[in-house]
Design a protein around this ligand. Structure first.
Ligand SMILES: *Cc1c(COP(=O)(O)O)cnc(C)c1O
Length: 465
């Protein structure tokens, strides 16, 4: 399978190259040139598969040029063996036709483990084969950093540098990054905000400064195609468990960078009967404004109780735009250039395509807390604030009157205790056993000034042999 850029100017790559690349050279994002298709019979046959078997079925066509099936099987088995629930992604019913897909049984208690546990192992496999070493550099406001560190901690061919804003991530989130032991793991606490961290990562991808030329630089944010690919699997898993393909299902997805929900869109395009995808946002509602006004525009960042969705620009939306504009790379390129100057407007044709599958809903903090409280009262099920936004949107959509709606539960509630308290719930929310001693573990991080040259010099001086 070949991968092409959404802006139409960069060379097509195979899976292995795409895995080791961040942005395409024309500034676009890589997407598969064609998608594998699954017939109704093939989807029916998925009913008996456990999660790793299904993952093999879905992922194999995307990677088969680079990874033989038996090697892939081993990588997938190792990846999902670290999840602490035998179903990997269990479905829980919270109301009539209302389901929650628990995606928080991985090592860092958020759905990002599904992709980053796999990504770390895929990288290790191809780097070992190529006898190559790379540097991973990423910025995090919380969940991505810990999931990337957990995913790459055993990889001897990777040095990983994660920048977080000093004193501006929650204590649980910080400790999940800084207590992981490994010589190849470097947590950099930057004296600045998340945007400063992000800007330094972007600048380094543009100009590597003093970093040695023979170390590739790999991105772990959701512009990396392999992350999206891994997330397609659980849409199939949930839909088949609820009676697909005979019975269509809808999904409600707490959304920030549009990575997770884009995977649902791909599942639909690959043949899965998905009747609707609900974009559930917090007050950072750039996507809700797109759906309701056909305008894509930046607004200032709002800090909410669901910090992993606090974004102003939704980078993976460009991947959908590419399809909405008939895969015309020059049209996407022009739109994105215009977006650098100010708001952009989408055509009626593009919007009617988008609205045929997607709807959207915006949930402010008060409603998030109210949803956590009411779901708790209804069935003593505790939602984290991100998942609560999804459930609120699912209920508001009214879709559950006819067909099952699955909300993706993207994080474990113990990660966000303030929101649970704000919802008026007095029950103690314990961390799962494997993290119970998190607050006693030794932390390791380096505080660095908001200065690109200092950060790059630190990286160059701390690379493994
Ligand atoms: C990253 C994250 C999201 C948003 O996912 P996107 O793929 O960026 O849309 C939602 N919830 C949690 C808990 C997250 O960590």
């Amino acid at each position: 399978m070949k991968y092409i850029s959404t802006r139409g100017q960069a060379p097509a790559l195979d899976f292995e190259q795409v895995l080791l690349t961040g942005l395409a050279s024309d500034g676009g994002l890589y997407v598969p040139e064609t998608l594998p298709q699954f017939s109704r019979e093939e989807i029916s046959a998925m009913a008996g598969m456990d999660y790793p078997q299904l993952a093999q079925r879905i992922i194999e066509p995307f990677v088969s040029d680079s990874i033989p099936p038996d090697d892939l099987r081993q990588i997938i088995a190792d990846t999902y063996a670290v999840f602490r629930h035998n179903a990997v992604a269990p479905l829980v019913q919270i109301g009539h036709n209302q389901w929650v897909l628990e995606l928080f049984h991985g090592p860092t208690l958020a759905f990002k483990d599904f992709a980053l546990q796999l990504l770390g192992r895929l990288l290790d496999y191809v780097l070992e084969r190529r006898q190559q070493k790379v540097v991973i550099m990423g910025a995090t406001s919380g969940d991505t950093g810990s999931a990337a560190i957990e995913g790459c901690k055993r990889c001897k061919n990777i040095d990983i540098f994660i920048l977080h804003p000093h004193d501006r991530v929650s204590e649980v989130q910080r400790r999940q990054m800084t207590t992981v032991v490994g010589d190849n793991i470097h947590n950099l606490a930057i004296e600045g905000n998340f945007d400063d961290c992000q800007a330094m990562v972007k600048a380094t991808f543009g100009d590597r400064g003093v970093l040695p030329a023979d170390r590739g630089l790999v991105a772990v944010n959701s512009i990396n195609w392999a992350r999206i690919m891994a997330q397609i699997v659980y849409y199939f898993y949930a839909a088949v468990a609820l009676g697909g393909p005979a019975r269509p299902v809808a999904f409600s997805v707490p959304t920030g960078n549009f990575g997770d929900i884009f995977a649902g869109y791909l599942a639909h395009r690959m043949g899965l009967p998905v009747s609707q995808l609900i974009i559930a946002t917090n007050r950072n509602d750039v996507l809700h404004r797109v759906m309701t006004t056909a305008t894509y525009g930046r607004q200032s960042l709002e800090h909410t109780l669901s910090p992993s969705m606090d974004i102003t620009v939704s980078s993976n939306f460009e991947r959908l735009l590419f399809d909405l504009y008939d895969r015309d790379g020059s049209a996407v390129s022009k739109l994105m250039r215009d977006f650098d100057q100010g708001d952009i407007h989408f055509s009626d044709a593009a919007m009617s395509r988008a609205r045929a599958l997607f709807s959207s809903y915006r949930v402010p903090d008060e409603e998030t807390c109210a949803q956590i409280a009411s779901t708790w009262q209804d069935c003593e099920y505790l939602l984290d604030p991100h998942s609560a936004i999804g459930v609120k949107a699912a209920l508001a959509s009214g879709i559950g009157d006819g067909i099952p709606v699955v909300t993706l539960a993207t994080a474990h509630p113990a990660k966000f205790p303030q929101a649970i308290q704000r919802a008026g719930i007095v029950t103690e929310v314990a961390l799962p056993l494997h993290l119970a001693d998190l607050f006693d573990r030794r932390e390791r991080f380096e505080v660095l000034p908001r200065d690109l040259a200092t950060v790059q010099a630190f990286m160059a001086n701390n690379l493994g042999a």
